[in-house]
Ligand binder design. Structure first.
Ligand SMILES: *Cc1c(COP(=O)(O)O)cnc(C)c1O
Length: 353
């Protein structure tokens, strides 16, 4: 049975990646051992993490002034690791939703946090525009894609200070100049692989400038020095990351991802705009290519819509508890065919009303 997985995260993975990962769970690189039972210091695994780190930098188009790390604790750990390493006096945050909020809350434990723009009043339906970024800050933090509200920065604010970006739900989904960021982080479980690892891309010359002492596990420089092996990495998650990055490259890189993601998003948003029984949540100009959030115009039709989804083997569409309604997550690995199935269901839903 083919299930169409629209889950927000952990999320869909390319079928070819799952096949390779399941082979490696039984016999990894002809060792006769599982990728889940070999030493992280074995030559075979060192090759995996080195390749994943190199591919991440390559896909981002970053040179060796940056470093790629695989850490643990999810994006949520980066909410505090970023200020630990970068916040000396003051940081600016743009408040575009729940995750941005959580990030700024952690940073406030370390220094002054200035929320320079917020779309909270609008129920986070939009992205603040024409934001003036102060110059007396250590960094500006943004959440490029708001997984819960389905909004995305389609242009990145200009900032004299380094920009830190939480890209958990849109990393490597479009062509983007990654060198405009000082630090990028993303939990694996949306666009990169299985949960358990977090990719960090960091410009090395931003580090080592704060006066506080850093616990070892919080210190980016120490992780860099230890080649992302200060302690045991989440080996299976890093392995799946490597396969996903290889898949992105083989598919044609970020430009190819963007082309397909736009095609999928346009198809789905056009139907949502056309269909009188549903209404999109997010401001049109700020709609995400990754998370499509919508509501039913008449809540009493819910059971009928849910039944149609179920019948079509559509899974994972329930909206986040703070927004309600529905959220179709259409990450890189989501095939166009599954989006077509959802569009057909929406049409059928209207036809049979
Ligand atoms: C899912 C998500 C997070 C939280 O990630 P964890 O890995 O669970 O900590 C943070 N930010 C964004 C934008 C997300 O989508």
């Amino acid at each position: 049975m083919k299930v169409h997985n629209f889950s927000a995260g952990p999320a869909i993975l390319p079928a070819s990646v799952l096949e390779k990962a399941s082979e490696a769970l039984l016999n990894f690189d002809n060792t006769g051992l599982s990728v889940a039972e070999v030493s992280h210091r074995s030559a075979q695994f060192v090759k995996v993490i080195e390749r994943a780190r190199a591919l991440a930098l390559e896909l981002a188009g970053l040179d060796n002034s940056y470093e790629a790390l695989y850490l643990q604790g999810g994006a949520s750990m980066q909410f505090l690791m970023v200020p630990y390493n970068l916040l000396e006096n003051k940081a600016a945050y743009i408040d575009t939703g729940t995750w941005a909020n959580k990030a700024q809350k952690e940073a406030a434990l370390f220094g002054e946090v200035q929320v320079i723009a917020s779309s909270k009043e609008q129920g986070y339906k939009s992205i603040p525009k024409n934001v003036v970024v102060p110059t007396d800050i250590d960094y500006l933090h943004i959440t490029t894609n708001n997984t819960i509200y389905g909004s995305e920065f389609h242009s990145i604010p200009k900032s004299g200070a380094p920009i830190v970006a939480d890209m958990s739900s849109d990393i490597f989904s479009r062509s983007l100049d990654y060198s405009q960021f000082g630090l990028v982080y993303a939990g694996s479980q949306k666009n990169l692989g299985a949960s358990g690892s977090t990719l960090v891309l960091v410009k090395k010359d931003l580090l080592g400038k704060v006066s506080r002492k850093l616990p070892s596990m919080m210190d980016y420089q120490l992780h860099i020095k230890n080649e992302s092996m200060f302690n045991t990495p989440s080996t299976f998650s890093v392995y799946v990351n490597m396969l996903v990055l290889e898949w992105i490259e083989a598919e044609g890189g970020l430009a190819a991802m963007e082309k397909r993601n736009k095609e999928k998003a346009n198809l789905l948003y056009s139907e949502i705009d056309r269909n009188a029984l549903v209404v999109g949540y997010t401001a049109k100009e700020d709609r995400s290519l990754m998370n499509v959030v919508f509501n039913l115009t008449d809540e009493s039709t819910k059971d009928r819509f849910d039944a149609l989804c179920k019948e079509a083997n559509i899974s994972g569409m329930k909206g986040h508890r703070s927004v309600g309604g529905y959220r179709a997550s259409i990450y890189n690995a989501m095939p166009l065919e599954s989006v077509q199935v959802l569009v057909e269901v929406l049409k059928e839903f209207e036809r049979t009303a």
